[in-house]
Design a protein around this ligand. Structure first.
Ligand code: NAD
Length: 244
């Protein structure tokens, strides 16, 4: 994997951070994007560089087309064209439908789904030219199975799955593989906001009896980013401790 270049959106914390560090451990140069916390992003870059590869952080919102063009241009200038794109950035704005504000619907769909479209489009041309690329989209089991109180999030993550399968078919002849990972409940800032009793209830339904860790996702990203998975495209792989 030496000399390959990856872009991980939302890579300064949580699952994205672990993915970025995981990729650097197998020799991949990694760029991450962050929204506002530059200090945290730079900490992640330092950890990436400890593994003997190049790393960089670029500020930008993956749901804004101009930001995405800027991010991709910066990575290409500093590291080279992108071989591996991990669409990880995502948010939740949970509420029951009756109480859900249109703004919360729009924000979640814009960041979780439109962001994946924009970033994929921005790297597609150079991947097509090279006839090589790996695109890994972070969906969710909520996108395959639904969840009360997460109508907006479920719709966005189901959208990511439809997009993944379509792009896999569109890009296969150009050597670009497109897969999605659907995590179950993973211990990060996103799930730390859940009340303890809700977490305990959740864990009761997980056959393996615990929340997952960001490393569980990063391990699969490394496999999907590597040549070991070259015959796999258009798939949605669940990492959920048996939950679904
Ligand atoms: N934690 C879980 O249980 C879980 C389960 C299934 C799927 N996921 C998905 O995994 C991904 C990472 O989640 P996490 O748990 O690490 O969450 P997190 O909130 O810790 O991290 C999300 C990251 O995305 C970034 N981000 C948010 N909006 C952005 C935007 N518009 N542009 C660029 N970056 C933006 C944030 O700054 C943050 O770094 C998300 O797509 C999430 O939906 C998480």
């Amino acid at each position: 994997m030496k000399n390959r270049i990856a872009l991980v959106t939302g890579g300064s914390r949580g699952i994205g951070k672990e993915i970025a560090i995981g990729l650097s451990k197998i020799g991949i140069n990694v760029a991450i994007t962050y929204l506002s916390n530059e200090a945290k992003a730079l900490e992640t870059v330092e950890e990436i560089k400890k593994n003997g590869v190049r790393g960089m952080a670029i500020k930008g919102d993956s749901s804004i087309e101009e930001d995405v063009s800027f991010i991709v241009k910066e990575v290409e200038e500093e590291l080279g064209t992108i071989d591996i794109l991990v669409n990880n950035a995502g948010i939740t704005r949970d509420n029951l439908l009756i109480k859900m504000k249109t703004e919360d619907w729009d924000d979640v769909l814009n960041i979780n789904l439109k962001g994946v479209f924009l970033c994929t489009k921005a790297v597609a041309r150079s991947m097509m030219k090279k006839r090589y690329g790996k695109i890994i989209n972070i969906s969710s089991v909520v996108g395959t199975d639904g969840n009360a109180g997460q109508g907006n999030y479920a719709a966005s993550k189901a959208g990511v799955i439809g997009f993944t399968k379509s792009m896999a078919k569109e890009f296969a002849s150009r050597g670009i593989r497109v897969n999605a990972i659907a995590p179950g409940f993973i211990q990060t800032d996103m799930t730390d906001v859940l009340k303890d009793e809700i977490k305990e209830e959740l864990i009761k339904n997980i056959p393996l009896g615990k929340l997952g860790s960001p490393k569980d996702i990063s391990n699969l990203v490394n496999f999907l980013a590597s040549v070991e998975s070259d015959y796999i495209t258009g798939q949605v792989i669940k990492v959920d401790g048996g939950l679904t």
